[in-house]
Ligand binder design. Structure first.
Ligand code: C5P
Length: 419
């Protein structure tokens, strides 16, 4: 693959040398395009020696070969690591004042930016808006890691590890050669998928909530597998304490209503229509009818031993709502999850079939649950059911990554071609 590795002027530029090494060792042809500021941190000879190719940061070199247009046009992947706040701003606003920004404007291949900067710069409204704009246009912006920064301070803004950057970049470019499901049938290149994960928390007062035991492991595995297969992934994450999967845009939510709003926002985003929604999250069916602004006290008066009664109201069924609201054209493929046990009225499959009918989705992933099964575990058994078919695909007991791969193997070939 022909890769342009852009390097902008931050202290993390030295880590780009390791990114370059990983890419060349994997057999990719890499041209390094540093900015002038990057060259103040790491000089051109380092990039030339490691890439085996000439290095320039200006548009005035190699003029006869129209370098400022050719590099972008010929690239299969443009990766910028580190991407400074200044580079993000220039990329978001289409400036073309050096070779790297010219390359970003002429590239039609996947573009991946790995920002690194101080926390104040990363969280500044200008940077937040630039990142949102770039993501809206289909650019993959990897969230920076949290940790020690250049000085004594720490916080979000660190460049992720070179291995993570390369994994996310190759995923965005359509997967590494050995990526899971790299067969054409299982690929998700050019697709936009929205995945919900974790469990919602329904607030009762400022310190208490009604929650559930979902760890988010299955949803995160589904998101990681989709990114590996080349999809743009919006991962809507409810109260999950797991590392972010590489190459996914993560939207954090708390309650069911917040999750519903995040799903609707992702679907309403016009630039890159959503092809698939996977509702892995355990969404609370009920929430407290009233939220109490201050902490609910144990007793109200001397000798008062009474306990408060919590009144509940129904949450919307987000999955069923998505099915109801979808139009005939360009509607996403909708996948539901169901945690089921057998009982005297029927087995797991019997209950799953009834749920598939009620929800009306395109695929139902029925999880066998029990006292020690599924929640927080690394393995589980699932059955994939489709409307109008008696066929059932059973996966497991297996790791949640194997289940995620099986899910995409079933979904990817069922997606209609996009015009
Ligand atoms: O009805 P049940 O909770 O078993 O259905 C589970 C499926 O429905 C999951 O895909 C879950 O994400 C989704 N769900 C939802 N909104 C709710 C409850 C569940 O979208 N209020």
């Amino acid at each position: 693959m022909r890769v342009v590795l852009g390097v902008s002027g931050g202290i993390a530029a030295y880590k780009a040398a390791l990114v370059l090494r990983l890419l060349t060792e994997a057999g990719h042809e890499v041209t390094v395009v540093p900015t002038a500021a990057a060259l103040r941190f790491v000089g051109a000879p380092t990039w030339e020696a490691l890439s085996g190719r000439p290095v320039t940061s200006e548009v005035w070199d190699e003029v006869p070969s129209v370098n400022h247009v050719r590099l972008g046009q010929e690239a299969d992947l443009v990766l910028v690591a580190p991407a400074t706040a200044d580079l993000l701003a220039r990329a978001a606003h289409g400036l073309a004042n050096d070779l790297l920004t010219n390359t970003l404007l002429t590239a039609r291949c996947p573009v991946v930016l790995a920002p690194a900067m101080h926390t104040e710069m990363w969280t500044h409204a200008a940077t937040v808006a630039n990142v949102a704009l770039l993501r809206e246009r289909g650019v993959t912006v990897i969230d920076p890691a949290s940790g020690r920064l250049t000085g004594k301070d720490s916080g979000p803004g660190r460049l992720p590890e070179p291995e993570e950057i390369v994994a996310a970049a190759l995923a965005a470019a359509g997967g590494s050669d050995d990526a899971v499901g790299s067969g054409a049938q299982g690929r998700l290149t050019g697709r936009h998928v929205v995945i919900t994960a974790g469990g919602t928390r329904e607030p009762l007062d400022p310190v208490r909530f009604l929650g559930n035991r979902s760890s988010g492991k299955q949803g995160y595995a589904v998101a990681a597998a989709a990114a590996e297969r080349g999809a743009r992934v919006t991962l809507i994450s409810a109260n999950v304490a797991l590392p972010r999967p590489p190459g996914c845009e993560v939207v954090e939510v708390g309650s069911a209503l917040e999750l519903q709003e995040a799903v609707h926002d992702a679907l309403a985003e016009g630039q890159h229509p959503v092809d698939v929604v996977v509702m892995t999250a355990a969404v609370a069916d009920f929430r407290p009818a009233h939220y109490t602004e201050s902490k609910i006290k144990k007793t109200h008066g001397e000798g008062d031993e009474s306990a408060p009664v919590v009144e509940l109201v129904r949450n919307p069924d987000i999955l069923a709502g998505l099915v109801r609201e979808r139009g005939s054209q360009d509607s996403p493929y909708i996948v539901g999850f169901a945690a089921e046990t057998g009982d005297d009225t029927g087995d797991v499959l019997h209950h799953a079939r009834a749920k598939l009918k009620r929800k009306g989705c395109d695929l139902l992933v029925a999880n066998e649950v029990g006292a020690d099964k599924t929640f927080g575990q690394d393995t589980s058994t699932v059955h994939l059911l489709r409307p109008g078919s008696e066929d059932v695909v059973t996966i497991g007991p297996a790791g949640k990554d194997v289940i995620a791969a099986g899910l995409w193997d079933a979904v990817a070939p069922a997606l209609p071609d996009r015009a």
